[in-house]
Design a protein around this ligand. Structure first.
Ligand SMILES: *Cc1c(COP(=O)(O)O)cnc(C)c1O
Length: 362
């Protein structure tokens, strides 16, 4: 017998998630472009709904999350019974892994895919398998080549974080078609609202029409409510039934439910965030390229920038920006040591990061 409490297999092999930084040297104005939140902040209606909850803190939240599921269903034309909400879409990812993958099972993702898939896979004792990519983009062929009888889940972020790249609706369908029906396909559409490309699909159609696809979304990014931890998934009724058995009965707070329901109903505010990004993402990408940096084409609200050809390192660039009060995301943990990820900010923030990088590269 071990001489102290010992966690289940896999847990000690987890490299803890390190989020984007949020502080800089004292006294500097802070420009935070490290976690992909909308720079416009949340809808004023969401803030108001959040504040109204302050008078009701003595009551438990509605464990069925009816208000929010119905608000989401109305906006997206969905069946509210097939929506499951979580404390961030991270919790939805965690519930899927907890329910469908354990020891002896494999979970498949793409090489530079979102790290939470790996963390939840390992925390459930399952084995993570990574498939190669083409040009920092999900490769359906390379994913399908890794599927075997032990595969339980395939996760695809579309568009992916931190690369910003996406696969087309046709490719997503081809991936689904190549999977045996017992393999769950998890489509992470955290940045779906931003995508302008006409051949994109967010996975909702597959989640509506197949027995093994779950699509999940977050209120943390374009809705700018990350502090409240709220996300949701759309899935076949049988999978919703499974996740509802294992989620905590009060896994999302009243404040999160109220704010998110107000946010999703405020389509006008959403359009402002979409329009802001459609204007500044191309600007930021073009200006970075003018500085001689390599930019991966992004469909999200951030860009992945490579420093290898600039004669300077991403690490030094990151240190320099930090010294200027500008926080971007180092993506070493994604096996991208020569890259940084920069979130699209407000106009002056975008201009500040370009001007700082221009000085740095001189
Ligand atoms: C930010 C992000 C999430 C999770 O966000 P939550 O804050 O947990 O809702 C999930 N997937 C991707 C790809 C993300 O970038």
């Amino acid at each position: 017998m071990p001489s102290s409490p010992t966690p289940k297999p896999g847990i000690l092999s987890i490299a803890p998630y390190v989020g984007g930084k949020s502080s800089t040297p004292a006294g500097k104005r802070l420009i935070k472009l490290s976690s992909n939140e909308s720079p416009l902040g949340p809808s004023p209606k969401a803030i108001e709904a959040y504040q109204a909850q302050g008078a009701k803190l003595q009551r438990y939240p509605d464990g069925s999350v009816a208000l929010l599921r119905e608000a989401i269903a109305k906006v997206h034309g969905l069946d509210p019974a097939r929506i499951v909400c979580g404390a961030g879409s991270d919790e939805v990812i965690g519930l899927i892994c907890h329910a469908y993958a354990g020891q002896g099972d494999e979970v498949l993702m793409s090489r530079h895919g979102f790290l939470m898939y790996k963390i939840y896979t390992q925390s459930n004792g399952a084995e993570l398998v990574m498939a190669g990519e083409d040009n920092l983009t999900t490769s359906v062929d390379q994913l399908l080549a890794k599927v075997n009888e032990r595969t339980r889940i395939v996760f695809v972020a579309n568009p992916n974080n931190p690369t910003g790249t996406y696969i087309t609706g046709t490719e997503l369908k081809r991936l689904h078609k190549g999977l045996p029906p017992h393999v769950l396909l998890g489509v992470d559409a955290a940045y779906a609202e931003y995508v302008q490309e006409k051949d994109y699909a967010d996975g909702l159609e597959l989640a509506s029409t197949t027995g093994n696809t779950v699509m999940f979304r977050t209120f943390s990014k374009i809705y700018a409510l990350p502090a409240l931890r709220i996300g949701w998934g759309y899935m076949p009724a049988a999978i919703a039934d499974v996740l509802n058995r294992i989620r905590g009965p009060f896994n999302v707070s009243s404040a999160a439910i109220a704010a998110a329901a107000a946010a999703v109903a405020d389509k006008e505010y959403l359009q402002r965030a979409v329009a802001h990004n459609a204007r500044w993402l191309p600007w930021l990408s073009a200006e970075l390229q003018k500085l001689g940096l390599k930019v991966t084409p992004s469909a999200g609200n951030f860009v992945l920038v490579e420093f290898a050809a600039s004669g300077k390192t991403a690490e030094k660039a990151n240190e320099y920006l930090m010294g200027q009060g500008i926080i971007v995301r180092d993506v070493k943990s994604y096996d991208l040591p020569s890259h940084l990820r920069i979130t699209v900010g407000l106009e002056d923030e975008n201009k500040a990061v370009i001007s700082a990088l221009r000085d740095f590269l001189k």
